[in-house]
Design a protein around this ligand. Structure first.
Ligand SMILES: *Cc1c(COP(=O)(O)O)cnc(C)c1O
Ligand SMILES: [Zn+2]
Length: 381
């Protein structure tokens, strides 16, 4: 069943609604108990998110759409002689961590009989959904802002999806997409929004399971986890996944979550500074961290709750800091899009301010590959 996070109204999963009639966001109520397998039982499993299958939504084998995403490596780099751990999640099949969520979401939609999906995206989610919908044999249309990076548009088209360019803000793009889905009344075209769909978040939870598995096996379980946030899927997926592990007694406590936004577009940061429990919409400015440019996140209150419950903080980094971090990371052999570099910009500041020291294990999640941002690097090198 699905239920509304605001009013509690319940919906069957196959009814094709993307939000509640009260406009609240829907959550997934797993009929099975969520179980993350023990470390020993995990050894022979496939090296993908599906190794944690008992913790994912119930799916028949034939509906699972996967490219063996996940199980990404962790490396270290040094900053002022202090190690920083980095999870290379941009090594997922379409070049961003979104594949974790997309694999679960498209599989669930396939199981409920959806034949065609529409999605709005500033790029990476669009590319991910185009690839998985293609593998599932679903028709796919992606609505994008007209200033999206050329590399991302080409990737979406190459996977066989249709692109609709929309002038205006990110919100205008979402609205055009929602209207397209609602104008279709045969119930087969679904608004498969990574920002609204609860199955997407179920898949992102595997990030936390992996950090736990790799962390405990290699004695590098982080006490800080640094995550970029726009709509907050990466933060919420990680928080919910770590919470599962704590609830099952597999982890003592949730690592402190450091949520990072671009200063130019930072509604969560502003709410956090105010001490608020709700994120209010802002008028964001352009940022090179295009993947997290969101002025009004769907689950804003839950992001604030996740940060505070974990003992973490929200940070905002300036364009200059993002740019330096991106270029220096590339010099270390780690080529990510500027959006991902916000994490390293934040880590550097935390080390400079002696919040993080050599006694800590601080892990940043690198979400998107630099190969999609060659136009950005091309103009700066
Ligand atoms: C989507 C994305 C994010 C953040 O996702 P939100 O759910 O909007 O917080 C971070 N980095 C990259 C590269 C992304 O594509
Ligand atoms: Zn509701």
């Amino acid at each position: 069943m699905l239920y509304c996070a605001r009013c509690g109204l319940r919906y069957p999963v196959n009814i094709g609604v993307w939000r509640c009639i009260c406009q609240g966001e829907l959550e997934y109520d797993n009929p099975h108990e969520i179980v993350v397998p023990d470390l020993n039982d995990l050894i022979p499993r496939p090296c993908s998110i599906w190794r944690y299958r008992e913790a994912l939504p119930a799916l028949e084998d034939e509906y699972i759409i996967t490219f063996n995403e996940g199980y990404t490596p962790i490396i270290t780099i040094k900053y002022h002689d202090i190690p920083i751990w980095l999870k290379l999640d941009f090594l997922c099949p379409t070049g961003s961590y979104k594949d974790r969520g997309t694999s679960v979401m498209i599989s669930c939609l396939k199981q409920t009989g959806i034949k065609s999906v529409v999605e709005d995206s500033s790029g990476n989610a669009g590319a991910s959904i185009a690839a998985y919908a293609g593998r599932a044999g679903m028709k796919c249309t992606v609505f994008v802002p007209s200033d999206t990076s050329p590399g991302k548009l080409i990737q979406i088209r190459a996977y066989g999806a249709t692109i609709e360019m929309v002038d205006g803000t990110r919100q205008d793009v979402a609205k055009a997409c929602q209207e397209a889905a609602e104008g279709n009344h045969n119930g087969e075209t679904f608004y498969a929004s990574h920002n609204w769909n609860p199955f997407f978040l179920e898949g992102i939870k595997t990030l936390a399971y992996e950090i736990w598995e790799q962390g405990v096996r290699n004695s590098i379980m982080p006490n800080w986890v640094v995550i970029p946030a726009g709509y907050g899927s990466c933060v919420l997926g990680a928080y919910r996944g770590f919470s599962d592990l704590v609830n099952q007694g597999k982890l003592h406590e949730i690592p402190r979550l450091i949520v990072v936004q671009a200063k130019n577009c930072a509604p969560v940061y502003e709410a956090y500074l105010r001490g608020g429990t709700e994120v209010l919409p802002i008028h964001g400015q352009r940022t090179i961290a295009e993947g997290i440019a969101c002025s009004n996140p769907v689950r804003g209150s839950e992001i604030l709750h996740a940060v505070r419950a974990s003992g973490g903080v929200v940070m905002a980094v300036a364009e200059k800091e993002i740019e330096c971090a991106a270029i220096e990371l590339a010099k270390d052999g780690v080529f990510v899009e500027p959006t991902s570099a916000v994490v390293v910009a934040a880590l550097k500041r935390l080390i400079d301010n002696e919040v993080i020291s050599g006694n800590d294990i601080a892990l940043g999640i690198l979400t998107g590959t630099g190969l999609k941002a060659t136009d950005y690097y091309g103009s700066r090198l």
